[in-house]
Structures are given as structure tokens and as C-alpha cells.
Design a protein. Structure first.
Length: 334
């Protein structure tokens, strides 16, 4: 039975056989989304074929975020075995779309920050049911830098000793992330996944999508993802205002610890993104993502200026010197 037939059977089994089914714009993941439209309303079908995706894990994370009052899509039907979910439809107006059409950037960034403040003010007990953002996962994600980005910008192969040094330095650095509170982390908390729900107020206005990678980890993780957008510039004044707004809500957080953890999370995320976009080019033939490499390289280099990251900065300067990093411009044109 083909995937299309299975999906149609799932739709029909849950009362939407007569609905029109329109595919939505896809992203870099293996998931596919479709909008069902009928006289009784609309729904979204998530098509996440196993074993590449786990819809049962998505449903478990949806429940956790819902308990914290976040506006995550209600799941009205599920077929975990075949990887289908029937979800509440939050419409088409993401925060990214609102900004592209003249929305007030500060207003939307402050709404996003206030959602994080609300979450982090609450007990982390339920959040501990999420997978741990621990050393193993952090190491896997940062490995993309040397597995994909470094080969993209220089022909030399890194020796086993040099690679081991890379991982040893990062493993030591992760201790900095433990100096700030730990809570639920969305881990894709950016404007394309935040929906503006017209007519709603407060937390309910911010519809939150794509939390399938959520984990339990440092509170700075989602702040970095929000304020260092991989695909768009965030005005520096807004970045500063959002950080101050967040810290004002948590006076118990030591500022020096926060700054070190933020820089560490920033460096780690930028390294992951550099590797991800390089992989999309090399493995998947999606060269359009290379246009964003210079921005994320800048995030990475800026974060390495923090004193706590001096060992990582020295490694990067030694084995991927500036003249090689700048080859990105030529790669974009290729």
C-alpha cells in the first residue's frame, strides 16, 4: 500500500473523507503536512513516516507543553504505527510572515520572550519527562561542523588526534551550560514556528509548532535560537532588549553564568547550523542554504570571543583559519 493511500485511509477513518487535501510548504525535514478543508472547518495532517519520525514522541511532547499553558496544536486523531496525526490548524500567519509584511518586530519578539518567561517560571517537574539534552546529543550535533562544514571549505582531512581534541574541548565546555536553570527546550524556537493566532490574547495568541526535537536542557538554548535567527537578521537593539527583559524576570540568575552559557549555546548552535547547511548542500543538493552560512559563521565567531570559549576559538583558528572560512562567498556562487 502506498503512502498516499495510507494517508487517505487515515483521513477518511476520522471523518474527513470529503475534505479537500492541499499539501503545505515543506521544510528540510522528512515530515510532510497537508491542510484539510471542509464545511466543518480545517485540520492539518502530519505525515511522518516511521522509522524516520516518531509521532508518539511528538504527542508526548505536545502533552508536556500543553500542561505549561503553551498554545500547541491539539491532536484529534493519531495513527502512531503508520506515522499520521490530525492536528489543530493554526493558520498561515507565522511571526516571520508578519514581520515580512511590516509587523512591529519588537512586539513579536517580546511575545516570544514572554512565552519563554512563562514557561521557565514554572516547575520543571513535567519537563523532566523530555529527553535529556546531554553530552551525547550535544556531541552528535556539534560533530556536523567537522563532518560537513570543514570538508566544504577546505580539502585537508582532519587527523584522528585533531578530531579527538575537538570533541574533548567541547565536552569540557558543556559544563558551562549547567550553570543556568534547566527546563523544557523547544529546540526550534524561531519565527517560522511561531504562529500569530488572530483574535487570541496572551499566551494563546502564540501558536507553537514543530517541537518534535524538544528536550530538557539549559534555558539559554531557546533564547539563542530565537535571537540568533539562522535565516534572517535580528536587529541588535531587539536582541539586547529581549535579553534584558528575560533577565529582569529572573533576578536569581547570575549574569556572568548566563553570559557564558549563552555564548556556549550560541557557539554550539552556530556550529550545528554550519554543519547542517553544508550537509544539505553536499548530501541533498540543496545549495540554497549556503546563502545563510556567512551569517551563522558570524554568530559562531562572535560567540568565540567569550573568554570561556578560548580553547574552542584556538582550535578553530588553528584548523579552519579565516582565509578558509571566507571561501563561503565562492561556494555560494558555485
Amino acid at each position: 500500500m502506498t503512502r498516499d493511500v495510507k494517508r487517505q485511509e487515515f483521513i477518511a477513518a476520522h471523518g474527513w473523507a470529503d475534505a479537500t487535501c492541499v499539501p503545505l510548504r515543506q521544510d528540510a525535514s522528512a515530515r510532510r503536512y497537508y491542510r484539510l478543508s471542509a464545511a466543518k472547518g480545517t485540520r492539518i495532517v502530519m505525515d511522518a513516516a516511521p522509522p524516520f519520525e516518531e509521532t508518539s514522541a511528538f504527542a508526548a511532547k505536545q502533552k508536556i507543553f500543553a500542561t505549561y499553558g503553551w498554545a500547541v496544536p491539539e491532536i484529534s486523531a493519531a495513527d502512531f504505527g503508520n506515522g499520521f496525526l490530525l492536528l489543530e490548524d493554526f493558520g498561515d500567519h507565522s511571526f516571520a510572515d508578519r514581520l515580512a509584511h511590516g509587523g512591529d518586530a519588537a512586539e513579536f519578539y517580546f511575545m516570544a520572550i514572554d512565552n519563554l518567561i512563562h514557561l521557565h517560571r514554572q516547575s520543571a517537574t513535567a519537563a523532566r519527562g523530555l529527553p535529556q539534552l546531554g553530552v551525547a546529543r550535544l556531541t552528535y550535533l556539534v560533530s556536523w561542523l567537522i563532518e560537513w562544514y570543514v570538508p566544504l571549505v577546505q580539502p585537508e582531512t582532519l587527523s584522528r588526534v585533531i578530531r579527538e581534541e575537538f570533541f574533548d574541548i567541547w565536552t569540557a565546555q558543556y559544563a558551562v551550560l549547567e550553570r543556568v536553570p534547566q527546563h523544557a527546550c523547544h529546540l526550534d524556537y524561531q519565527f517560522h514556528n511561531l504562529m500569530d493566532r488572530a483574535g487570541k490574547t496572551g499566551l494563546a495568541r502564540v501558536g507553537i509548532l514543530d517541537f518534535q526535537d524538544a528536550a530538557f536542557g539549559p534555558v539559554v538554548a531557546d533564547l539563542v535560537l530565537l535571537l540568533e535567527n539562522a535565516r534572517a537578521e535580528v536587529p541588535p537593539a531587539i536582541v539586547t532588549a529581549c535579553i534584558e527583559r528575560y533577565l529582569a524576570a529572573f533576578p536569581q540568575i547570575n549574569r556572568a553564568d548566563f553570559d557564558a552559557a549563552f555564548a556556549t549555546a550560541s557557539a554550539h548552535n552556530a556550529a550545528r547550523i554550519l554543519g547542517l547547511f553544508a550537509r544539505l548542500k553536499i548530501r541533498d543538493g540543496k545549495g540554497q542554504y549556503l546563502q545563510h552560512l556567512p551569517r551563522n559563521l558570524r554568530y559562531f565567531e562572535n560567540s568565540l570571543r567569550h573568554p570561556s570559549l578560548s580553547a574552542i576559538r584556538q582550535w578553530f583558528d588553528t584548523y579552519v583559519p579565516p582565509e578558509k572560512r571566507l571561501a563561503i562567498a565562492e561556494l555560494r556562487a558555485a
